[in-house]
Design a protein around this ligand. Structure first.
Ligand SMILES: O=P(O)(O)OC[C@H]1O[C@H](OP(=O)(O)OP(=O)(O)O)[C@H](O)[C@@H]1O
Ligand code: HPA
Ligand SMILES: [Mg+2]
Length: 179
């Protein structure tokens, strides 16, 4: 285990098993369709890579980078688009892949934009859901794990850009935040 981690919240094996289940469910639900699967960078990149391998329908992928946390454990409340999509979403069945829904601000902002661009359908799959801190009215269509209000890192999720490469989800030792 990484020296900065106080405890592992979800193991690598548990994550992989749940990702496989979500993939099977999405394979059934998108049968006969060709979704545009959108990865919300940076946090969702590992989940995206593992999930799309388990969705057995033809699809296209695109990537959008947004950020609101910076080097903090609290949302700044301001969502910034750092990289926009390359393709049009008009008339497409869009599946947004997120790593975590916390306040919900990132997703409500994104969904607003994609609705304005006339996507045919917009669904959200998130691996982690932290309903305790929700300020925007936001519910994922598919979710992997519902978690208590603790700041987590690993499997794509960072604190100040570190720890994304951990294969499990963990909580940091308190002294890391006071550095
Ligand atoms: O529901 P919310 O409170 O908006 O939080 C969720 C968002 O926050 C994180 O992104 P972040 O802004 O840290 O950017 P990153 O993915 O590049 O780390 C995370 O990856 C989600 O996109
Ligand atoms: O718990 C979290 N960890 C990392 N990034 C996040 N962005 C929103 N919530 C979190
Ligand atoms: Mg982050």
């Amino acid at each position: 285990m990484h020296n900065d981690i106080e405890k592992v919240v979800i193991s690598e094996e548990e994550i992989q098993a749940r990702v496989n289940e979500l993939g099977e469910q999405l394979t059934r639900d998108y049968a006969g369709k060709k979704p545009l699967v959108i990865c919300v960078l940076k946090g969702a990149f590992i989940f995206m890579a593992d999930l799309v391998k388990r969705i057995e329908v033809p699809m296209e992928m695109d990537f959008m980078a947004v950020s609101s946390y910076g080097a903090s454990t609290e949302s700044s409340g301001v969502v910034r688009i750092l990289k926009d999509l390359d393709v049009s979403v008009e008339g497409r069945d869009v599946l947004i892949v997120e790593d975590i829904i916390d306040t919900g601000l990132t997703l409500s902002y994104l969904i607003n934009i994609l609705e304005g661009r006339k996507a045919a359908t917009i669904k959200v799959v998130t691996l982690f859901d932290k309903p305790a801190r929700r300020s925007a009215n936001m519910e994922a269509d598919y979710k992997g794990f519902v978690l208590p209000d603790e700041f987590i890192v690993g499997y794509g999720l960072d604190y100040a850009e570190e720890y994304r490469n951990l294969p499990y989800i963990g909580v940091l030792k308190p002294h890391i935040y006071s550095k």
